[in-house]
Design a protein around this ligand. Structure first.
Ligand SMILES: [Zn+2]
Length: 74
């Protein structure tokens, strides 16, 4: 599918990404999320089903696969 960003000539490619969300004020990192990524401008699209799956996972408070260091820009 053609990139939706104006004047970008890119076409989305299927990739897996590291997806970061804020959930109840906490930063949550989800690795290996399937997404469509534009190789030209870097725009990322998640399918509605993928977004829903991520939300379900956060709602059930599943134990994280691992903990990651987090830094704040300063
Ligand atoms: Zn693009």
């Amino acid at each position: 599918m053609k990139c939706t960003i104006e004047r970008c000539p890119g076409t989305y490619e299927e990739r897996t990404i590291v997806h970061t969300v804020k959930h109840q004020g906490q930063v949550i990192v989800i690795d290996r999320v399937p997404a469509e990524v534009c190789p030209i401008c870097g725009d990322v699209l998640l399918k509605p089903a993928t977004v829903r799956k991520n939300e379900d996972m956060l709602r059930v408070h599943k134990e994280p696969a691992s903990m990651v260091p987090m830094y704040e820009y300063a």
